[in-house]
Design a protein around this ligand. Structure first.
Ligand code: MG
Ligand code: MG
Ligand code: MG
Length: 306
């Protein structure tokens, strides 16, 4: 039975491409490995896999009794519900260390860089395995996506250096253009149900014992959501009630203006002012220069929620 490699729930492009790449690397090292995803591909990931002719991993939601590698997360809230019954062989990630624990020693590659694929591309180099052209292409896109075309506070020199190598291998030389092409696909909201948009890039957190949900839509222009903003605001209020959360936030991130309009549904709206120094007006706050959930939104809220 193959070991399965998978990323977080509501898979983003990094979770999908990192699973594919790590499974490829492991196979070349002689391990029986296959990629998986915990949910359907989002439009951006569909575009990326299509562009480089890479098959989508199968959707797997139960991992009991299986050997597994985790990529792009180590938080239980983002893992499969039956992870405790799986045998974790390793973790490759670029987030804060989460609360996943194991009973055996594991292989661990967790680096403070902008994307899991930066770590995996470095693993190929370190282990002396050649990166295939199609895998180079999808890893390049994952890095451009996670680092918002190198603009995010999470982006490091390592991410840029790895992208230069990957772009040579896959033959994509205009990274800005490739990135914007991808973010245009990501920005499309027309015809998509509101809840699907809220969940497109959504994560639940436990902050000081309180449930906090944070979603993000990365947009090439905020005006794209003008017509549906009221529906989004209503939906995060509904979602907060359904989950029994303290707060649900939706980040509407303008990647060109490099800031985020935060939509707020909370038992205590003042947490936003405490965390960012901006009081929400009508459940909305503009946060200049804030683009990263991982490096800006989550740590600031964690300080306040304690
Ligand atoms: Mg991710
Ligand atoms: Mg990532
Ligand atoms: Mg992301």
């Amino acid at each position: 039975m193959s070991a399965l490699v998978f990323g977080h729930k509501n898979p983003d492009t990094d979770s999908v491409c990192a699973a594919i790449a790590l499974a490829d690397l492991k196979k070349k090292l002689g391990e029986d490995c296959a990629p998986a995803i915990q949910g359907e591909l989002n439009p951006e990931s569909t575009f990326v896999l299509g562009k480089f002719g890479v098959a989508a991993p199968s959707v797997v939601t139960s991992y009991a009794g299986k050997d597994v590698y985790l990529v792009d997360h180590s938080d239980l809230t983002q893992s499969p519900d039956d992870l405790a019954e799986a045998n974790i062989l390793g973790i490759v990630d670029h987030h804060k260390l989460g609360d996943v624990t194991t009973s055996q020693p594991i292989e661990c590659w967790i680096w403070p860089v902008g994307c899991t694929c930066t770590v995996i591309a470095s693993m190929y180099k370190y282990l002396g395995v050649e990166i295939p052209k199609d895998i180079a292409g999808i890893m390049l896109c994952a890095i451009l996506s996670d680092t918002v075309i190198f603009k995010s506070a999470t982006c490091t020199d390592q991410d840029k250096q790895i992208c230069a190598t990957l772009s040579e291998i896959c033959g994509e030389s205009d990274l800005e253009m490739l990135g914007i092409e991808m973010f245009k696909v990501k920005s499309a909201v027309e015809g998509t149900p509101i809840r699907e948009l809220v969940f497109r890039d959504y994560k639940d957190f436990n902050m000081g014992g309180k449930g906090v949900g944070i979603g993000q839509l990365e947009l090439v222009d905020l005006s794209i959501v003008d017509g549906i903003k009221a529906d989004l605001e209503k939906d995060i209020k509904d979602l907060k009630a359904e989950k029994g959360h303290h707060s649900v936030f939706l980040m509407l991130t303008d990647i060109m203006k490099e800031g985020t309009e935060l939509l707020v549904a909370s038992d205590d709206e003042s947490v936003v002012e405490q965390a960012f120094g901006v009081a929400p007006v009508d459940g909305k706050a503009w946060l200049d220069n804030v683009m990263s959930r991982k490096k800006q939104i989550v740590p600031n809220f964690e300080k306040i929620f304690g």
